[in-house]
Design a protein around this ligand. Structure first.
Ligand SMILES: [Zn+2]
Length: 116
């Protein structure tokens, strides 16, 4: 009886493992379709006006790359990382932001705190 029960558990585990793999393989497809319009998962270096409007503004006063005060070199350049909009002082800083978006986002957020 015990052996039968173990067999049943093992085969159930194998079955559910197969089902899990099956749904995992199918999941990314539906996920990417559902989240395609959203801009919250990745780095957007050239956001559209719509993406800018949808993004959450970090509100940094200085460029996290150069430390320049925004607006001093013309209109700030927006970039979006994980749905958060950071403004850079110029297009030249976009590349450096791309190299370390996580750190630059943190820097931009720290700037907001300092500015308050
Ligand atoms: Zn710059």
């Amino acid at each position: 009886m015990k052996k039968l029960a173990i067999l049943a558990i093992v085969s159930a585990a194998i079955l559910s493992a197969c089902q899990k793999q099956g749904s995992d393989a199918a999941a990314p497809k539906t996920d990417s379709v559902a989240s395609a319009p959203a801009s919250d998962s990745s780095l957007v270096l050239r956001p559209t006006a719509e993406q800018v409007a949808q993004a959450k503004r970090v509100g940094n006063k200085h460029c996290p790359v150069s430390g320049e005060k925004l607006g001093g070199m013309g209109a700030p350049v927006p970039v979006i990382y994980k749905g958060e909009l950071v403004e850079l002082c110029c297009a030249g800083c976009v590349k450096d932001f791309e190299n370390d978006p996580e750190g630059m986002l943190a820097k931009a957020k720290a700037d907001t705190v300092l500015g308050e």
